[in-house]
Design a protein around this ligand. Structure first.
Ligand code: SF4
Length: 303
């Protein structure tokens, strides 16, 4: 409900899969080792399984297979987890903003969606997509009463639940500092259920990692608002229409697709990417007086 107003349809075109794959090949040649397929909703895209199969054939500059991840709303996952795993997908992240059936239906506007998504999560686990992560964006007064329920869910289902601080990237522009449920608050509110202990996380990892004190269940907290991690950010995004975004909050995009369509060779495309990445934003300016909203909302960036 916060992510999409429900009034707007698709706003940006998609490219042929071959074009995404050509771009991916060039990025990988420049040292990218991990590719995450997002959306909109990637499971709606025809040819996705074949695309994953092609990505799985690529090798990093060190000669190892790519780490291929996917973020989905999970509604079609039960039917697609197996073909995707067989094609070479490494792991999957499912967006769920509640673990209560009715609340889930209200947030997603899909009746009985909870059962469907839960079936998708369980199928993904059975197919060996590991780890299965659940992303939950908490909004005060909207779903922050779900914190401990998610703690139980992480333990019962054997998934990593990750809470993400709400960023001003939504279609409805409802963000305010007061609506953000911060990392510190999540940790102390989870302690009402069972205390969390922080464990080490890799520098480039966005999530701080926690385990419950009895060792069962993992929680991640992604805190771009209260504990920004931009200094370690190594992400580059390519949109459905082939534009490069060097930050979630970019106000400027770089048209890789147009350059490709003009007949540029791989070397020229690689030079373009290098120049664009050299100019990457140092950090976001959430909550600062001069904050300028990103030129696309999250649903059109993909996470
Ligand atoms: S630099 Fe931009 S994309 Fe990277 S972590 Fe900061 S806000 Fe996110």
């Amino acid at each position: 409900m916060y992510c999409r107003s429900g009034n707007d349809g698709p706003q940006f075109p998609e490219m042929p899969i071959a074009d995404y794959l050509r771009m991916a090949r060039i990025f990988v040649g420049l040292g990218v080792t991990k590719i995450r397929l997002t959306g909109g909703e990637p499971l709606l895209r025809k040819g996705l399984v074949e695309m994953v199969r092609e990505l799985a054939l690529m090798r990093t500059v060190d000669g190892t297979p790519l780490d291929i991840a996917l973020t989905t709303n999970g509604h079609l996952l039960a039917g697609m987890a197996r073909p995707l795993a067989d094609a070479g997908l490494s792991r999957v992240t499912v967006s769920m903003d509640a673990v209560d059936r009715e609340r889930f239906a209200r947030i997603t506007r899909v009746p009985n969606g909870y059962e469907q998504v839960l079936a998708g999560v369980r199928t993904a686990q059975r197919t060996g997509l590991d780890p299965v992560k659940i992303n939950c964006v908490l909004l005060r007064g909207f779903n922050d009463d779900q914190i401990t329920a998610f703690g139980r869910f992480a333990r019962d289902e054997g998934v990593v639940v990750r809470f993400i601080e709400f960023m001003p990237l939504e279609e409805d522009r409802v963000w305010s500092p007061q609506i953000v449920v911060t990392l510190d608050e999540i940790v102390w509110r989870m302690a009402e259920f069972m205390p969390l202990q922080e464990v080490a996380h890799a520098h480039s990892e966005t999530a701080r990692r926690y385990v419950f004190e009895d060792g069962i269940g993992e929680i991640g907290i992604i805190a771009p608002v209260s504990h920004p991690f931009c200094g370690h950010c190594s992400r580059v995004r390519v949109t459905s229409d082939g534009k490069i975004r060097t930050c979630l909050f970019s106000v400027r995009e770089h048209d890789l697709a147009a350059l490709m369509d003009s007949g540029a060779g791989d070397e020229e495309l690689a030079d373009f990417i290098r120049d664009v990445v050299d100019d990457k934003e140092a950090r976001h300016h959430i909550g600062e007086p001069g904050f300028v909203p990103a030129s696309r909302t999250m649903v059109h960036i993909g996470g």
